[in-house]
Design a protein around this ligand. Structure first.
Ligand code: BMP
Length: 219
């Protein structure tokens, strides 16, 4: 079950704590704020601090291919990367997907963000880019279960990863009960007084929520 939860590590935690957290939360998402705080070499150490199911570099790549390639090469320890889909295919996501595939790495494209100001009228165009790029998966906010359902029905074979659980208001299980594969939790774990026990609690909550929603349908 730990493979269904990702820690959004936007601030540093000690390698020892991360190792314990990884027993409950199997995926590690690293980011720009973490990298700017620690430097790339210490982020690499944290990525190697535990037996993570996957290390996702959430860099929200949004540039021409040649620039994204330089950034991606620095994150040699990452298993997968998050990019924005609005940048389009030719000269950007097309060659990026090709490079990552050759290296055995995954690509996730942002399809619907978790914050209130995101405009989901963009969805059909972004979906079109996703279909053309054929990434490993997409990012859809857990705060909008209807968008998770829409993404799941349009993209049955894609991995859906969903941020917004905890601090942004979504409950543990809101996204997975509506078709997502992984829920991403940041502040509810790393800002708590005891991140290790908070991570365990999130896993326990997910277990019982999944039992509930498997019995009674969604929501
Ligand atoms: P938190 O659980 O503390 O709100 O963290 C959510 C994480 O997911 C952050 O790293 C944020 O950058 C990321 N994220 C998000 O919140 N909404 C999105 O739509 C896409 C994201 O990657």
């Amino acid at each position: 079950m730990r493979e269904k939860l990702a820690l959004a590590l936007d601030v540093p935690l000690s390698p020892d704590k991360l190792k314990e957290i990884s027993e409950s939360v199997g995926v590690l998402k690293v980011s720009w704020p973490l990298t700017l705080a620690l430097g790339i070499d210490r982020v690499r150490e944290l990525a190697r601090s535990a037996n993570w199911v996957e290390v996702v570099a959430d860099l929200k790549l949004a540039d021409i291919y040649e620039t994204m390639e330089k950034i991606v090469d620095k994150f040699d320890f990452a298993d997968s990367f998050i990019a924005h889909s609005f940048i389009g295919v030719e000269g950007a996501l097309g060659p990026l997907k090709e490079k990552l595939s050759k290296e055995g790495k995954g690509l996730y494209l942002v399809l619907s963000m978790s914050h209130r100001g995101w405009d989901d009228s963009l969805f059909p165009n972004l979906l079109n880019v996703v279909r053309r790029v054929d990434p490993k998966g997409v990012v859809v906010g857990a705060t909008k279960p209807s968008m998770v359902r829409r993404a799941r029905s349009e993209l049955p074979g894609k991995v859906i990863i969903s941020p917004g659980v905890g601090a942004q208001g979504a409950r543990v299980g809101d996204a997975i009960c509506n078709g997502a594969d992984v829920e991403i939790v940041g502040r509810a774990i790393y800002s708590s007084d005891d991140p290790v026990s908070s991570a365990r609690k999130v896993l326990d909550e997910l277990r019982s929520r999944l039992l509930e929603c498997q019995k009674g349908g969604n929501s």
